[in-house]
Write a protein that binds this ligand. Sequence first.
Ligand SMILES: Nc1ncnc2c1ncn2[C@@H]1O[C@H](COP(=O)(O)OP(=O)(O)OP(=O)(O)O)[C@@H](O)[C@H]1O
Length: 396
Amino acid sequence: MHPPGASTVLVRHGEIGTKSDQVRMRMEGRLRENLAAILADRDVPGDVHVERNRLYVHTDAVEAATSAVTDGFGVVSASPARVVDPTLDAIGDALVATAEAHFAGGTFGIDARRAGETDAHPFSSRDIGEVGGRAVGEALDAAGFDPSVDLDDPDLTLSVECRPDRAFVFCETRSGPGGLPLGSQAPLVALLSGGIDSPVAAWLAMKRGARVQPIYVDLGDYGGADHRARAVATAERLAAYAPDQVDELSIAPAGDAVERIAETTHDHRMLVLRRLMLRIAAQASESAVGVVTGESIGQKSSQTTANLAAVQRAIGAPVIRPLATWDKDRVIARAREIGTYNDATIDAGCNRVAPSYPETGATPAGVDAVEPADASRMAADIADRVESIPIEPRHD
Ligand SMILES: Nc1ncnc2c1ncn2[C@@H]1O[C@H](COP(=O)(O)OP(=O)(O)OP(=O)(O)O)[C@@H](O)[C@H]1O
């Protein structure tokens, strides 16, 4: 929803503003590039500009541009806005036009603030609210409504952000993911099974600024026909959030190794397998500094706190588990929001590998004792044969 004549999207970031000037400017520049890439990928016209603590998209497609930029990591919110001169008359006219376009009865409120050097204007935020409110009330009366003002929870909020050189009028603020611009942290590898959890975990790592290289471990006969397709589909959704930075899915051919592990291990089987995956992931990328997984404490027998600790020892790099403390219903809700849920609901291949009586209180030494002696070499050999397939961003 936008004012008639809106031609700009006001983009707000959050944590970036708490950084030192140097870091903030670097992150804002990164965010500008990322938003430009998302717009280009979706064929939405728009030029992205940075000013201190704000980004602006100049576009003739404000709705599509607002939807696109609110997928950008680091964006807290965005509003499609009309830009007018910073005078009470011009702001009042834009408020009236916006109310006439969108008021459908009930209450309205004006939320006005000034930013930048506030002594640049001969009026206060309160003046904007009073003069604008009066003009809007009269216009709505004339249009046959009987409007009343509610400043706490109005049916229509008309917002003004008045800066020294121009004022923005808008009537909607859409939330973005927040976090930090993608690429502002060193990259990570994400173990992506295509299940419900791992795409959410990868997305959360991306939200904190880390570009992820997704890797799917092909379990061979234990995987199932649609297992790989599901991983591809969720990687395509992740790519929609970072079209210039996530463009490949790595596939590790682990069928023979999984078969061997299934034949030679029993209660520790899932832990040996998970260690294999971590080793493959850690070796599959030269630039990544850690491995992201979708594990969550206690969600499965292989994910007790003891087992997570025993598995972690396989690699020196950190295992990052963004969902460690999340309940499943929260993970599912987020998977729906980010568009990875539908592709992820088929049973995972790992379920076919799981033993009947899994170990839940493993120790690192206990896993060491049952792991094949050549486990590291096995992983290195698989990592050498990792194949990368191109991923196209999927928008749905
Ligand atoms: N075939 C696989 N390829 C890549 N990573 C995998 C694979 N199977 C499991 N993982 C990783 O190990 C984690 C824990 O495995 P688990 O068996 O719980 O996964 P899942 O239920 O198959 O999928 P998810 O955890 O994504 O819902 C996953 O979140 C994922 O990070």
